[in-house]
Design a protein around this ligand. Structure first.
Ligand SMILES: [Zn+2]
Length: 488
């Protein structure tokens, strides 16, 4: 039986169209999922939509539609991303309004409460609707949320249920100590450790139905619904069957050694501390690793925002470029962990240099020579061409993937592209063919084998492109159109 592997993205909140930061997160998670699949793992790859909370209810009201039809419409948009971004076809898509998830969140609540980690108290706090999070004074800049400086903070004063986060300080610190790479990169682990060391405040996990009804009902209390974060985090285990399908749950939450979670840096606290404490509260195993992406910023490192008009939606890019181009850029040109600037100028420059030239140019030249000179790749090579063997032959690529350095893995592949180019320059088989036919054919056979290896290695990153190259090699044909047209 195959070994299990579980990887999940966060669930985007459906108050706007899919943004570039989420495309980054899910494309990278997809590459790791495909890598593990290529290594023979039974991969459970989870994503979906986070559909409760005040902000969604408000947006639906503004749009003049029912909240349910509002979230349905957005869930479809996010689902459609799968095909648009070339994600593995067997990706699991969970919606936090799914019946199974709702029941799981309620069971999770019940178990937390039974174990004494949920209690009721009066609550007065400032709340940012933009973040859907409470804000303490120390988190505010000039009295405003630094992420939403144009949004008025709400003052909430009511009786709420609380989660006893403060009781988990030691368990969280022990978790980080026992697993030095629990959070990747290490700087983020230091950040969350420092946060936990400062002491934890219990947080509110319910809202009054009279004020906000769009949430999962709190068990045995008709006056409250769950706070959106509390319910949404439970998706990582409801997606793998908890609490009804424990066989599936044990396979992906325990036999795997824990789930791998990809998320943005604004999610560090929720994923690496709050969620882990919640798992401890009901006696479930912690995640294995939390991988933290930086932010994609606009020109000059400015945060992307609607009000500044510098946001870029992945769907806009995909109108002009193939999905593999976006995948390439997200994996190699955006830093794996730090903030990276994104502009369409940079995007185009990288496309022209590395895909239209670079890869595209090499493949065109080699396939053209092979067709013209009648050179075919040996059957034996074609047969041996599965991705697993190819990746295992390149320890640097493997190590890079095992440490989420997709950029380094691609650097290594592009080094091979450069070497093949240099081989063409040095040996000039297109000249040699006139004086040394056998020698030229041997050169082209060598190049064809290199291109075939490159295509195999690219499979988890640029699946469509890899398939096009391999098909052309199998058929012994030159490309009728370039893989990537140069953009003016
Ligand atoms: Zn905010």
């Amino acid at each position: 039986m195959k070994k299990p592997f579980y990887i999940t993205t966060t669930l985007p909140y459906v108050n706007s169209n899919p943004h570039i930061g989420f495309a980054l997160e899910i494309i990278r998670a997809d590459m790791i999922a495909r890598y593990k699949q290529s290594q023979g793992f039974d991969v459970f790859f989870n994503t979906g939509t986070d559909e409760h909370g005040a902000k969604i209810q408000q947006k639906a009201q503004e749009a003049g539609v029912s909240t349910q039809s509002y979230v349905d419409q957005y869930a479809e948009k996010f689902k459609a991303l799968g095909g648009m971004l070339g994600l593995s076809s067997d990706i699991n898509f969970i919606r936090t309004t799914d019946t199974h998830h709702v029941a799981a969140a309620q069971e999770f609540w019940r178990q937390c409460k039974e174990r004494g980690f949920i209690y009721k108290k009066n609550y007065s706090v400032k709340y940012c609707i933009g973040c859907e999070l409470e804000k303490t004074e120390s988190e505010l800049t000039e009295g405003m949320c630094p992420l939403h400086p144009n949004m008025e903070l709400e003052r909430i004063s009511e009786e709420n249920y609380f989660f006893a986060f403060s009781k988990f300080q030691k368990q969280l610190l022990d978790l980080y100590s026992a697993n030095p790479d629990f959070v990747v990169p290490p700087s983020r682990q230091n950040e969350i450790r420092a946060f936990v060391e400062r002491g934890l405040d219990d947080f509110s996990i319910s809202r009054l139905v009279s004020k906000m009804s769009w949430g999962i009902a709190v068990p045995d209390d008709a006056e409250h619904v769950m706070y959106v974060w509390f319910d949404a985090l439970v998706n990582y285990i409801s997606a793998i069957g908890w609490p009804t399908d424990m066989k599936k749950f044990n396979r992906f939450a325990i036999d795997t050694g824990g789930m791998i979670q990809y998320c943005g840096k604004d999610n560090l606290r929720q994923q690496a501390a709050m969620w882990q404490a919640m798992l401890c509260a009901v006696g479930l195993p912690n995640s294995k690793q939390i991988v933290i992406d930086g932010f994609i910023t606009g020109a000059g490192g400015v945060k992307m925002s609607k009000s500044l008009g510098n946001t870029i939606e992945p769907t806009e890019i995909l109108k002009e470029y193939d999905k593999d181009v976006l995948r390439y850029y997200m994996a190699r040109e955006i830093h794996p962990f730090e903030d990276s600037e994104f502009t369409m100028e940079k995007f185009k420059a990288s496309y022209n240099a590395n895909l239209a030239n670079g890869l595209g140019n090499l493949v065109s030249r080699v396939l053209k020579m092979a067709e013209t000179y009648g050179v075919r790749i040996p059957e034996a090579l074609l047969g041996a061409g599965d991705t697993e063997n190819h990746i295992n032959n390149y320890p640097i690529i493997r190590e890079s993937l095992d440490t989420y350095r997709l950029d380094r893995a691609l650097d290594e592949i592009w080094k091979m592209i450069g070497e093949a180019d240099a081989f063409v320059q040095k040996n000039e088989p297109f000249k040699k063919i006139k004086i040394d036919k056998e020698g030229a054919e041997a050169d082209v056979a060598h190049l064809l084998a290199s291109v075939f290896t490159i295509a195999n290695l690219l499979e988890i990153f640029l699946p469509d492109t890899a398939e096009k190259i391999k098909t052309a090699i199998r058929e012994g044909k030159a490309l009728s159109v370039p893989l990537f047209m140069r953009k003016a």
